[in-house]
Design a binder for this molecule. Sequence first.
Ligand SMILES: [Zn+2]
Length: 56
Amino acid sequence: MVETITLTEASSEVEALYQLAAAVLNEHTNANDLCAVCGCAFPCERAVLAEHNLSL
Ligand SMILES: [Zn+2]
């Protein structure tokens, strides 16, 4: 019973992380080799991190 609850919580955390990563990737887009949000070289650190999270 306890294990079931823990598993459910873990998978909803993964789901939330996935949603967040997808939202970051939607916003941090390539604008002439610069990140549209950060203004630094694309892909920016956050986009790379989000992409890594999506590939999990
Ligand atoms: Zn960015």
